[in-house]
Structure formats: structure tokens, C-alpha cells
Design a protein around this ligand. Structure first.
Ligand code: SDX
Length: 428
């Protein structure tokens, strides 16, 4: 028997269907609300209670700390898959066969050149430009050099645009980092795997032999998998709403990169390390910073803590914390900020303020410690997040387009002036 919800307004009762997802989530379908109630809408700042779509890509349960991509647990994928397999899974819905994976990899490698004129655009940025701003701009600029990637309606046209951006994005990310270090722009090596090639493009030096390092590749691969998708977060919702105007994949991704940049979202991984460094410089006084985080009059927040959906441990944070300890151990690195992070976390998890608000470490709390151990500059941390999230954004954009979702256009409740007539300057 299908469920319904009843709404009563001014004595009138309205029934709305309740849809049930495959994990028993319930959503009141209010598509007819405005029409049957003569204009009544809902209001939900930050969309804390509002679903924007039905999606088959990622399932997460914030209360139980569950995260699955296309039904596979994040724990299994982080342990057993590689990033390109997970990208294929998210975008096309199934783990690839060996033949499918080989073709996907080959199609991406075919597209891994970037138009030389793109370097002129990169040259226009000062070295001090934040890499996320550069990357968002370069991603948008790619459209001019790949006009066929905009007006894509067929699955084949979408596939071509998808392999192009999967191929070129890591090049642009590596170029963004190398530009800041005044290094020659590198194309890497198409004989390498996706993550290995990314690492080589980022770290190869013209005057040194590049040393492959499987430990580093494995750590990077796992981090990218853990960041690959997270259902309707801020940047993914941005990608979907920009894509809903048919602006094209690259334009949608450029907007998503800008949304991810914010310190409340993906920018938190950079903010966490800056916070931990500040605590270290301040003598490691974690209690002082916990109190600052709790003080309503202090704008300071414990970066890397709290989450809109997870009201339990972020399952990714658990894996990343363990991986941070392993990577630092394997690389023989002693990083005092890891101890400060662990100290901060254990104090916060015992503190009533955080317990009552169900604030736990999120994906960003420990990730920067690994990026740092891998030699990635702090200002590049959110670019690493974007590299991981790329297949998730693509998958969500493709799902929205294939489902022919309508253009996103929320309503509002107007609280401004009522009608008034114009007054000339002399009358004011
Ligand atoms: C990501 O959505 C996703 O899935 C995102 C993400 C993904 O994979 O895409 O998981 C990636 O963005 C992770 C989050 C990274 N951001 C941070 O670490 C920044 C610090 N965290 C907060 O700013 C905050 O927790 C948010 C933004 C993550 C969530 O904010 P909400 O859901 O809007 O919650 P809120 O701001 O309404 O906070 C509820 C209460 C408030 O206190 P009261 O007004 O009830 O007294 O909790 C407090 C907040 O002041 N609070 C914090 C806090 N986070 C929330 N207090 C101190 N430190 C914090 N970090």
C-alpha cells in the first residue's frame, strides 16, 4: 500500500504521495504542492530537509556512518579497487570488466593532451593565485578548445566529453601546482596508470630521475577513491544545477570547483592544517582552541569537525586516519600535527558541546596530514579533493542529463517592500 502525507492549510486537506527509496528512505513528493494549494511553497534554507533528486549513485546513512558507491561499501572499494575502476563504477553504474577498463583507460590516454594555448591562460595568473581559482578558470577555458563537449545530448557525445575531462583535468591540476613552483609544465607518461601519471606530472623534475613509489601511489589512490562522490553535497548540487541549464559538462564542473573551494566544504582540508599549525605554534594548547570553537562570540570553528549528514563518525575519516598513521610510518615521517589532531579529536569527542551537537571528525580532518606527507603543498589540498571528486561530479551530471531533469529553479518567500510608486529626487 503506497504511503501518503496529508497537509492541512486553512481547513483544506491535501494529500501528497510518499516515495520510498531502495534503502527505505521516505520522501514527500511535493511536485504538485503549488498547483493544488494555489501557490503555497516550502522554505528550507541550506536544503537541510529537502531532496533535490532521486539518484542511484551514492547512498549514505549519516546516523550509521554508512557510505556506498553504486551499492559497494567505501571500505571495500578503498581496500580492493583502484581509482579508475571506481570512476567507471560511479559514472556507468557497474564495476568494469577487464575489456571495459582497458578501453576506458585507452580512451582517456588518447585525450591527455591539452591545447598549448591553454598555457597562455595559465601564464596570465600571478603565482600567488589560489590553485582552486586557477583550476576553475582553466576548466572553463577548456570549453573554448573543445567546443564539441558543450552541446551533448547522446550518450556517445557525453562519453566523449567525459573522457576528455578525465584526461585533461589531472594535467591542468599538475600544471597549476608546477606554475606556482616555476617548473616546466609536464605531460607525464601515458605508459603509467591514472594515479601514477598524476603523481609524475606533479612531481617530476627536469634535472632529476623520477622515482616511482608504490606506497605513495597506493595512498593517493585510496584518498582519491574516498573523495570520489558524496551524493548531493554543496559542490555536487552546484554541478547538477548548472548542468540542468544545459551549460555543458565543463562549465558545470568549473562551477563545482568554485563551490568546493569554500572552507566550509572542500576548502576545509587546507583550513584544518592551517588550524593545526596555528595550535602547534601556540604551544599545542588544544584546550584553548576547543574553547574558542565552543564560544558563540568567536567565529573560530574546529575545521574538519562536524557534517551536515554524518551525525556519527564519517566512515572516510576512520579510513584516512588509519592510512595517515600507515603512510607516515612507512615513509618514516614524524609529523607533530598528527599528534595534535589526535589530541584535539579525543578531547572534542569527550566534550559535551561536540557530543550534544553530534560533531565528529569528517573527511577533511586527517586528509591534509597525508597530503603533506606526500609532499603536496597545503594550498593544493583542495585541488586533490577536486581530483577525487571529479568522477562523482561527472556521474551526477550524467545521471541528471540522462534522466532529463528540469532546469533547477527554487522558489522563495518574498519579505521585501510592498508595492510603492517612484519618487523623483526632489520628492525623496
Ligand atoms: C565536506 O556535504 C558533504 O557531503 C560535504 C563533504 C563531501 O564529501 O562533499 O563531506 C565534504 O564539506 C566536509 C565538511 C568540511 N567542513 C568543515 O570541516 C568546516 C567545519 N564544519 C562546520 O562548518 C559545519 O559542521 C558544516 C558546515 C560541515 C556543517 O554545518 P551545518 O550542517 O550547517 O551545521 P550548523 O552550522 O548548523 O551547526 C550545528 C551546530 C551549531 O551550533 P548551535 O548554533 O546549534 O549552537 O553545531 C555547531 C554550530 O555552531 N558546529 C560547530 C562546528 N560545526 C558545527 N561548532 C564548532 N566547530 C565546528 N566545526
Amino acid at each position: 500500500m503506497s504511503k501518503t502525507a496529508t497537509l492541512e492549510i486553512d481547513g483544506n486537506r491535501y494529500e501528497f504521495p510518499i516515495i520510498e527509496g531502495t534503502e527505505n528512505e521516505l520522501g514527500i513528493d511535493i511536485k504538485a504542492l503549488r498547483g493544488v494549494t494555489n501557490g503555497v511553497t516550502t522554505i528550507d534554507p541550506g536544503y537541510k530537509n529537502t531532496g533535490s533528486c532521486e539518484s542511484a549513485i551514492t547512498f549514505l546513512d549519516g546516523e550509521k556512518g554508512i557510505l556506498r558507491y553504486r551499492g559497494y561499501s567505501i571500505e571495500e572499494l578503498a581496500e580492493k579497487a583502484d581509482f579508475l575502476e571506481v570512476a567507471y563504477l560511479l559514472i556507468f553504474g557497474e564495476l568494469p570488466t577487464a575489456v571495459q577498463l582497458e578501453k576506458f583507460d585507452k580512451d582517456i590516454k588518447e585525450e591527455s593532451h591539452v591545447d598549448e594555448d591553454m598555457k597562455k591562460i595559465l601564464d596570465g595568473f600571478p603565482k600567488s593565485a589560489h590553485p582552486m581559482g586557477v583550476l576553475s578558470s582553466l576548466t572553463s577555458a577548456l570549453i573554448a578548445f573543445n567546443p564539441g563537449s558543450v552541446d551533448v545530448d547522446s550518450e556517445e557525445e557525453m562519453y566523449n566529453a567525459i573522457v576528455k575531462i578525465l584526461a585533461k583535468f589531472p594535467v591542468l591540476a599538475a600544471w597549476t601546482m608546477r606554475k606556482r613552483k616555476s617548473l616546466p609544465l609536464d605531460y607525464g607518461d601515458s605508459s603509467l596508470g591514472y594515479v601514477e601519471n598524476l603523481h609524475k606530472m606533479m612531481f617530476a623534475r627536469p634535472n632529476k630521475t623520477y622515482e616511482p613509489n608504490k606506497l605513495v601511489y597506493d595512498a593517493l589512490d585510496k584518498l582519491l577513491i574516498l573523495h570520489a562522490d558524496h551524493e548531493q553535497n554543496c559542490s555536487t548540487s552546484t554541478v547538477r544545477i548548472v548542468g540542468s541549464s544545459h551549460a555543458g559538462l565543463f562549465a558545470s564542473l568549473s562551477a563545482g570547483i568554485s563551490a568546493l573551494w569554500g572552507p566550509l566544504h572542500g576548502g576545509a582540508n587546507q583550513a584544518v592544517i592551517e588550524m593545526l599549525e596555528a595550535i602547534k605554534a601556540d604551544g599545542g594548547d588544544t584546550a584553548k582552541y576547543i574553547n574558542k570553537a565552543k564560544d558563540k562570540n568567536d567565529p573560530f570553528r574546529l575545521m574538519g569537525f562536524g557534517h551536515r549528514v554524518y551525525k556519527n563518525f564519517d566512515p572516510r575519516a576512520k579510513i584516512i586516519k588509519k592510512s595517515a598513521e600507515e603512510v607516515l610510518g612507512d615513509l618514516g615521517i614524524e609529523d607533530p600535527v598528527l599528534d595534535i589532531a589526535k589530541g584535539l579529536s579525543s578531547v572534542a569527542l569527550e566534550d559535551e558541546y561536540f557530543v550534544q551537537r553530534k560533531l565528529y571528525p569528517n573527511v577533511d580532518f586527517y586528509s591534509g596530514i597525508i597530503y603533506r606527507a606526500l609532499g603536496i603543498p597545503t594550498e593544493m589540498f583542495t585541488v586533490m579533493f577536486a581530483l577525487g571528486r571529479l568522477p562523482g561530479w561527472i556521474a551526477q551530471w550524467r545521471e541528471m542529463r540522462l534522466r532529463k531533469e528540469p532546469i533547477g529553479r527554487p522558489r522563495q518567500i518574498y519579505i521585501g517592500e510592498n508595492h510603492r510608486t517612484f519618487k523623483t529626487v526632489s520628492e525623496r
